[in-house]
Design a protein around this ligand. Sequence first.
Ligand code: PEP
Ligand code: MN
Length: 338
Amino acid sequence: MILVLQKDTTSADRNELIKRLEFMGLKAVPSDNGGQPAVAIISGIDEKTKPELFRSLAFVEKVVQLNQQIKLAGKEIKKGRTIVDVKGIRIGGDSLVIMAGPCAIESKESIFEIAEAVASAGASVLRGGAFKPRTSPYDFQGLGEEGLKYLAEAAQKYGLLTISEVMDIEQADIVAEYIDILQIGARNMQNFSLLKAVGKIRKPVMLKRGFSSTYKDLLMAAEYILSEGNHEVMLCERGVRTFETYTRNMLDIAAVPALKQLSHLPVIVDPSHGTGLRSLVVPMSMAAAAAGADGLIVEVHTNPDKAFSDAKQTIDVETFRSLVRFVAAIKNTISYEL
Ligand code: PEP
Ligand code: MN
């Protein structure tokens, strides 16, 4: 249920109202309804709760009933799209934001070299894992906090933002200290305590779709972050497991328009994990741009064959330059509202 408030309601008035609702045993969070202040009641009510109960409360202009389970991530609650503004880079707006870098941060020298290359090619965000979710415990696990420092320093030098994965609750504050966007990986999409923890941190979060999760599962996972009061959430399509063995995962391009029809949150596409093959990264990036993606996250390395992890899906800098040019051409040619 959304309580749309009178236009001149102050944040203090809204907080008072939230307290009052909490006193009534409900969970409510601040929201906005096409620029008008609002309060979303996200738990404690059921189908039998009458809207009249809230109409007489101070500042309430109208009451809108939400029909779906997807409340804060859904379209009913918000007119228009969410734009996640990360230090002036607007994700979910008119431009397509490109995040690029190695799978894992490998050394200080290599991350500086890659940062310089991707920045000059047109990326705005530097990616790189410091805490790596590896299938085998014997594989390179990442440089940890030291890696985060290198990522932040390299990004700062070349005018980039940063994104890096948080694998568990204990790492959340450390990653948030150095990094601009917190990444929740596919393996953790339904790690609900981790989702709640990043929901409490006031930093943008990119939530990757689980290997075998439906759109609804993904949106419900986003709901966990949003309901803790963190509204800066982006969804990421990174491919799902199917019967196909040629590719590592099957990149679901339909997820882009589908998620944008179901939700106001920005949608990012990962063509690297989404295919597992470097020869497919450029064509799938173009497909994602044509389908309306708000951003791409791509694995790029100055020496891809020597990458410590995911070498087969990592592209070189020249290929990345072409990718940026092609997706920009597509984005400039076709643009439509989803
Ligand atoms: C990553 O982007 O570094 C990663 C591990 O991806 P995913 O969680 O999608 O497998
Ligand atoms: Mn990887």
